[in-house]
Design a binder for this molecule. Structure first.
Ligand SMILES: *Cc1c(COP(=O)(O)O)cnc(C)c1O
Length: 223
């Protein structure tokens, strides 16, 4: 019970911040989807947030999600789980089965693997294209120069691409990167933007984020 009150307080505080940022940007708060990033959290840590009524969650590993979410989906209705971490092609089928959306489509081989998995399972889920917006070698995401071809091949494969996703370089002002992602999405006629985490979601909202991915601010620090 106290856990649920704590979860509720954290959630309310974030929703207030979302509302403020949206208002400043002359946007509707309801156009910003809060995805609670529950990676590394146990089912017991996640349940209090589910008990508040929150239904949108994100995980970064297929195996971890497979261990937690099927049981939680049995306990709670209408749960949506998004994959926000890198996906290996050989796990595409598991991912299509487990998740309601993917935020990390970043290469042609994955387009192929996901399209094949979706056809086989008869289940189609939207896939954001992740862009390596800071051109960092250690980060996932397609190169900015590869984006036009990737958008086209996803379209040709019948994969719905609602928008773009990025994780900007850490320890620098993320605003120019969010602005660049927004421009790239606009250039391709893509309406959604998955950007903004615990430390920068207000900035992301001001620059057009429609999906923010918040872990620490909702659950506390990861150990
Ligand atoms: C972990 C993670 C987040 C959440 O980060 P916090 O700083 O804990 O809010 C968001 N997006 C991705 C891709 C992540 O891996």
């Amino acid at each position: 019970m106290t856990q649920m009150i704590e979860s509720n307080e954290r959630l309310n505080a974030i929703q207030e911040q979302i509302a403020k940022a949206a208002k400043l940007a002359q946007r509707e708060a309801q156009d910003v989807r809060l995805i609670a990033i529950s990676k590394t959290r146990s089912a017991d840590e996640i349940r209090p947030l589910l008990d508040t009524g929150h239904r949108f969650f994100g995980e970064n590993r297929v195996q971890e999600a497979a261990a937690k979410w099927p049981a939680l989906r049995d306990e709670y209705d209408d749960v949506k789980v998004h994959l926000v971490g890198q996906l290996q092609s050989n796990k595409a089928e598991d991912a299509v089965q487990l998740f309601d959306a993917i935020h990390s489509l970043d290469r042609p081989s994955l387009v192929k693997a996901l399209a094949k998995a979706m056809d086989k399972l008869g289940r189609r889920i939207p896939c954001f294209i992740q862009v390596n917006i800071g051109e960092e070698s250690q980060k996932g995401g397609c190169a900015i120069s590869d984006l036009p071809d990737l958008v086209e091949s996803a379209d040709a494969a019948g994969i719905e691409v609602p928008g773009l996703m990025c994780v900007p370089p850490s320890s620098v002002n993320p605003a120019p990167y969010f602005a660049l992602l927004a421009k790239l999405a606009k250039d391709h006629g893509l309406p959604r933007l998955s950007m903004g985490m615990s430390g920068d979601f207000e900035t992301a909202i001001k620059l057009g984020a429609t999906h923010i991915r918040v872990g620490t601010a909702l659950f506390g620090f990861r150990t």
